[in-house]
Design a protein around this ligand. Structure first.
Ligand code: PMP
Length: 309
């Protein structure tokens, strides 16, 4: 791939991008044994470049590691500081940041040696709108996947682990093959779960519903942000199981995630959502969300961490 930034933080050292490599026998390549995060930093008018919800993202990194009994040989504070450091090193104004903890070249055994520590790397680079600028304005066409999301107590979807993304790849590959911009999976009970890399909100008659944590989702930090902003704006937000047909009957649907930000869904399985464009509540919450970064939404929740000060 083309080199998107100069440096990568690698086990506590700053390395040139091209030297931040691992061996082919890396455990994580063979067995998916990694946990990671996706974080964004935005250029704000008042506080300069700020990381959005740094603490929550890196806390989730440690939570994901805990589920898999992985030992990351750094503290949460150290990882937060390293996240800021690699943005500064690359002199970035806005960034997508990818911390990943993984088992390295520790031998072929599936069983990890007792006391084995993970490697930890953090990349940071400029990355635009994941589903495209056009989609943020006009919405994506989504399709329900024939692949279900992981069943409860098979692979934990609440941990952001590398192996889970084989499920996401099946969902998004199928969607794109059918001409959709993104795929949405159902859980094993047939309820709406999540997009390949986004949580889902369904709106009808002014009531906002999102899928509960029991619907095989990664409980997204953007999901939490959207719920908080909507409640702050006076909307009722419910977490409940959503049947497939509720998507066909919705006035508005939005999907959200760190990469996808807040994106309207304009059709599902070829059926127009509402009037087939961006709905008013979606537009209002987008304005609040992007307002956190352009200075029009007050950061009452202390979600922004300045990078350069
Ligand atoms: N679900 C999945 C499967 C994801 O990969 C992501 C992106 N990390 C999300 C939901 C949204 O999570 P977040 O808002 O924390 O980025």
């Amino acid at each position: 791939a083309k080199q998107p930034a100069e440096y990568i933080w690698f086990n506590g050292e700053i390395k040139p991008w091209k030297d931040a490599t691992v061996h082919v026998m890396t455990h994580a390549i063979h067995y998916g044994s990694s946990v990671f995060e996706g974080i964004r930093a935005y250029k704000t008018p008042d506080k300069g470049t700020c990381v959005f919800r740094l603490q929550e993202h890196n806390r989730r990194l440690f939570d994901s590691a805990k589920v898999y009994r992985m030992t990351i040989p750094f503290t949460l504070d150290q990882v937060n500081e390293a996240t800021l450091e690699i943005i500064r090193k690359n002199d970035l104004q806005s960034a997508y940041i990818r911390p990943i903890a993984f088992y390295g070249d520790i031998g072929m055994g599936l069983q990890v040696p007792f006391g084995q520590e993970t490697e930890l790397t953090i990349a940071a680079f400029e990355w635009g709108a994941y589903l495209g600028d056009e989609a943020i304005k006009n919405g994506v066409d989504a399709g329900i996947s024939s692949w279900n999301r992981l069943a409860a107590n098979t692979m934990p979807t609440g941990a952001k682990a590398g192996g889970n993304y084989l499920s996401s790849q099946l969902i998004s590959m199928e969607a794109r093959r059918h001409g959709y911009g993104e795929g949405i999976a159902l859980d094993r009970n047939g309820y709406i779960s999540e997009g390949a890399g986004e949580n889902i909100f369904v709106i009808r008659d002014g009531v906002v519903t999102t899928t509960p944590k029991t619907a095989a989702i990664l409980p997204g930090i953007t999901r939490d942000t959207v719920m908080t902003l909507l409640r702050d704006m006076g909307y009722e937000v419910r977490e409940e199981n959503i049947p497939r047909e509720a998507m066909y009957l919705a006035d508005e649907i939005l999907m959200c995630g760190t990469a996808a930000e807040v994106t309207p869904v304009r059709s599902v399985d070829g059926i127009a959502v509402g009037n087939g464009g961006r709905g008013p509540i979606t537009e209002a919450v987008q304005e609040k969300f992007f307002g956190l970064f352009n200075g029009t939404t007050e950061d009452k929740w202390n979600w922004l961490t300045p990078v350069y000060e």
